[in-house]
Design a protein around this ligand. Structure first.
Ligand code: AP5
Ligand code: MG
Length: 218
């Protein structure tokens, strides 16, 4: 795989995190999830986390300057030299432009963008059914990919938790924010010739194989 920035685009529940974990493990490159970083900041009660909380709880986007700041600090770390996966960033045109100048400043080329497309009617069930291991971050779904023992991670026995923003009302707001602010990025990257569409309505393993295969040849 070439050393480059990979962007995983897609609606809430499309499977960005699920796929980013697999690709990250396979190629030993970091998964940079702005959502995970903001939740971590909130757990640690940092000013950043506390400032983002209201927006996240409401299912709205955190201001561009905030997320661009955390991504800018992260992608200059040494483990990003061989490439990295951006999971949930950029999410607005302003963030995409900001990323472009950050990559340019680092002498990095254009990103490769995967748009994971999933039928709208599946997203709500994926999100209300999601459970995440509080220890290792493994992602489950009580409907589609349940753990062997309810509430317990198969990998390390960690407790499975539900995200605070996975309530129906908040999910609706997140889907709206995606439609309004993030979906225009698909056209933006397509026009630049950087977009790859991925059918996200399949088994997670089959999607991961396709991504890994594609990147292995890239
Ligand atoms: P973030 O954490 O990025 O949430 P999101 O975009 O809403 O996406 P999700 O993490 O909910 O979905 P996913 O695509 O990762 O799906 P997953 O793999 O988990 O952001 C949260 C908040 O932080 C935002 O609302 C905003 O406030 C803030 N934020 C973050 N980044 C920001 C930015 N750049 N700018 C501004 N604000 C920002 O899968 C979902 C479920 O489906 C799981 O249960 C999984 O097991 C299941 N599943 C996955 N794939 C499949 C499959 N193929 N078949 C069946 N089930 C599947
Ligand atoms: Mg995610």
């Amino acid at each position: 795989m070439r050393s480059q920035a990979l962007i995983f685009l897609g609606a809430p529940g499309a499977g960005k995190g699920t796929q980013a974990r697999e690709v990250s493990k396979h190629f030993s490159i970091p998964q940079i999830s702005t959502g995970d970083m903001l939740r971590e900041a909130l757990r640690n009660q940092t000013p950043l986390g506390l400032a983002a909380k209201a927006k996240m709880d409401a299912g709205e986007l955190v201001p561009d300057e905030v997320v661009c700041g955390i991504v800018g600090e992260r992608i200059v770390q040494p483990d990003c030299e061989r490439g990295f996966i951006l999971d949930g960033f950029p999410r607005t045109l302003a963030q995409a432009e900001c990323l472009e100048s950050m990559l340019q400043a680092q002498g990095k080329g254009c990103p490769l963008v995967f748009d994971i497309k999933v039928d709208q009617d599946l997203l709500m069930k994926r999100l209300t059914g999601r459970r995440t291991c509080s220890v290792c971050g493994e992602i489950y779904n009580i409907y589609f990919n349940p753990p062997k023992v309810e509430g317990v991670c198969d990998k390390d026995g960690g407790k499975l938790v539900q995200r605070a923003d996975d309530r129906e009302e908040t999910i609706r707001q997140r889907l709206l924010a995606y439609e309004k602010q993030t979906s225009p990025l698909t056209g933006y990257y397509r026009r630049k010739g950087l977009l790859q569409e991925v059918d996200g309505n399949r088994e997670p393993a089959s999607i991961a194989n396709e991504l890994i295969d594609f990147l292995g040849k890239a």
